[in-house]
Design a protein around this ligand. Structure first.
Ligand code: SAM
Length: 282
């Protein structure tokens, strides 16, 4: 395990993933019944944007840096506000100094009745996650293999909620694995919401995820992809998400906000936002 999210925290892929994550949690919060979020590959939770890792790549400047500078139209602005406000809460001085990862963003949005389980296997990141999440009645950090967690912790007692699966793609079979494990998890918890992230370098990996999930019979799968044509061509060019059982009206939210994000973060012809149904509504 060599991957360290500190180099990439707050980049355009994090913005994409976290905007969708926050929109899903906002939709879950519309009903008073409790829900649980399970973050299978949680990372360290909080990242300094002044640290050598962030300074070296500067990726956050093309992500959260640009998003916060941009003036969005009113409808997108309203949908982005909960994400922006959550990031702002970690930066009380008003200047962007740190970026919250998925577990801390989730924790910031939970209500007293909701729960979070955040899993991380790499020992240094797991220790940082435990520190950053702190002792909290609603949120628990667990040093466990995320793929094991995906089997062991579902369905949760609340029977309502979301699983984020965000592996580092260090293994060549990670596209196959995420599709197969999501399909298996869906069979165990058919009403759960699952959000799986994948990188886009060419179409082979993303198409494999879509076709395997569809062939496994998962009935409702929404796909969201964002490309920004980075100023540094060696960097990741696209970020992809599959959303199994998206909450009602999430597709409408994303149809509004994702093209606006692509326009805000992207450059020239290479920027694009795609939203389509792999299976189900549409
Ligand atoms: N989800 C985080 C966020 O959005 O802020 C970022 C996670 S990062 C892309 C992937 C993380 O998975 C890394 O911190 C890595 O150490 C961790 N990891 C790698 N293999 C793992 C495994 N088998 N189980 C759990 N975590 C793992």
């Amino acid at each position: 395990m060599n991957y360290r999210h500190a180099f990439h925290a707050g980049n355009f892929a994090d913005v994409h993933k976290h905007v969708v994550l926050v929109r899903i949690i906002e939709r879950l919060c519309e009903k008073p019944t409790p829900f649980r979020v399970i973050d299978t590959h949680a990372g360290a939770g909080l990242y300094s944007l002044r640290a050598p890792e962030a300074e070296r790549t500067g990726e956050w400047r093309e992500g959260i840096g640009r998003l916060l500078e941009h003036r969005f139209a009113q409808d997108s602005d309203r949908l982005l506000a909960p994400y922006r406000d959550a990031v702002a809460r970690f930066n009380p001085a008003g200047r962007l100094a740190v970026y919250p990862g998925s577990p801390l963003l989730c924790r910031a949005l939970l209500r007293p009745q909701d729960r979070l389980i955040a899993c991380e296997l790499e020992p240094t990141a797991a220790a940082a996650l435990a520190r950053n999440l702190g002792r909290h009645r609603r949120a628990k950090a667990i040093a466990i293999d995320g793929w094991t967690a995906l089997r062991a912790y579902i369905p949760p007692p609340e029977r309502r909620g979301l699983v984020l699966v965000d592996p580092p793609y260090e293994q060549p079979d990670e596209f196959t694995r995420i599709a197969d494990r999501l399909a298996r998890a869906h069979r165990k918890w058919p009403t759960g919401i699952f959000l799986g992230w994948y990188p886009i370098k060419d179409r082979a990996g993303p198409e494999l995820v879509a076709s395997r999930l569809a062939e496994a019979g998962v009935p409702k799968i929404l796909r969201s992809e964002l490309s920004i044509a980075s100023s540094a061509p060696e960097r990741l060019q696209g970020s992809g998400l599959v959303i199994v059982n998206p909450p009602w009206r999430l597709a409408d939210d994303l149809a509004t906000v994702l093209p606006a994000i692509a326009a805000a973060l992207g450059r020239g012809d290479g920027r694009s936002a795609r939203l389509d149904w792999i299976r189900g509504e549409g």
